[in-house]
Each structure stands twice: as C-alpha cells, then as structure tokens.
Design a protein around this ligand. Structure first.
Ligand SMILES: Nc1ncnc2c1ncn2[C@@H]1O[C@H](COP(=O)(O)OP(=O)(O)O)[C@@H](O)[C@H]1O
Ligand SMILES: [Mg+2]
Length: 156
C-alpha cells in the first residue's frame, strides 16, 4: 500500500494511525534514506499511543524506551552499528517480549539487522516531488487492522 505524504504533518498522522491500531509485539522496520522522515513517523506513533514525552532520535542512544502510553514504545536506530554489533545486542528480546513488556518496536536502519523478525511491517519512505514523501507499507507475515486502510483513505 502506497501513501502520499504531502508534508511532515501527514507523516505524523500516518504514525498516529499506526500507533492507535498496532498490537503488542508489532515490529516496524523503517527503511529510508537520511532525512526521509523515519523519526517523524515514530513521533506520530508515540502520539497515537498517547505518549506525551517528546520522542527524539536515538541515533546516539541507540534505544529509547517510552512506557507511558497504551503500549511501550521501543525506538531503535541502528545507523551507527555494524551487523556483528547488532547481533550482540540480542534485539529479539524486544519483539519476543519475554524479558521486556511486549510493545511496539520501531527500528530505523533495519538494513543493519543480521536477521529479521518472523513478522514485521515494512515501511519504506522515499522522496517525492517538491519535498514530499511516499510511504510504501508492506506487512510481512502479519496483518494490520482492517481499519488501517479505511483511516488512511479518509485522511490522505
Ligand atoms: N512528508 C513529509 N514532507 C516533507 N517533509 C517531511 C515529511 N516527513 C518528514 N519531513 C521532514 O523531514 C525532516 C527529516 O525527518 P526525520 O524524521 O528526522 O528523518 P530521518 O529520521 O529519516 O532521518 C524533518 O525536518 C521532517 O519534518
Ligand atoms: Mg532518524
């Protein structure tokens, strides 16, 4: 499913829809170039989950955890890591939700993952004309609530 995002507010809104609908254990892999809007989308997801704390890029902290919303949000940015360093982090802990409370895991630069989760939502953000963006959303081995398409159609 492709969604046209005219401005940053539209990117936030797509995130809000996801944040309201996704279930615990959902993993979102955000594949996009620098500046394409990955962190902006996660800010929307946080808003949709009811997180009021400001969501900032985890480029230096690697993982930011927000626990005040409907579900915990785990926001990762793997940009600065090599695949072997990522492997050592045992990130599956986050999506298996065994040692941490199951929540939504949003990963920037998932290209660095040595292996992918069994199921995830792929969100590719690319540049359109006039500084717009296009989001290409593909569920792998998972389903998004039927409300998702309906809400996107009514908003975008
Ligand atoms: N749909 C959009 N149209 C125009 N600008 C956008 C859109 N979505 C996000 N932006 C802007 O792009 C810039 C970079 O966004 P950011 O989320 O930090 O990107 P990334 O995390 O992918 O590097 C921000 O200034 C943000 O407001
Ligand atoms: Mg970012």
């Amino acid at each position: 499913m492709n969604i046209f995002l005219a401005d940053a507010e539209a990117t936030i809104c797509l995130g809000v829809i996801l944040g309201e609908l996704l279930t615990a254990g959902s993993v979102i892999l955000l594949e996009a170039d620098l500046g394409a809007g990955k962190t902006t989308l996660v800010q929307g997801i946080g808003k949709g989950l009811g997180i009021t704390e400001s969501i900032v890029s985890p480029t230096f902290t690697l993982i930011n955890e927000y626990t005040e919303g409907r579900l915990p949000l785990y926001h990762l940015d793997l940009y600065r890591l090599e695949a072997n360093e990522v492997a050592a982090l045992n990130l599956e802990t986050y999506w298996e939700g065994v040692e941490v409370m199951p929540g939504i895991v949003a990963i920037e630069w998932p290209q660095r993952l040595p292996y992918k989760p069994d199921s995830y939502l792929s969100v590719r953000l690319s540049y359109g004309d006039n500084n717009t963006r296009i989001a290409e959303i593909t569920p792998f081995n998972c389903v998004i609530s039927g409300d998702f398409a309906a809400r996107c159609i009514s908003y975008f």
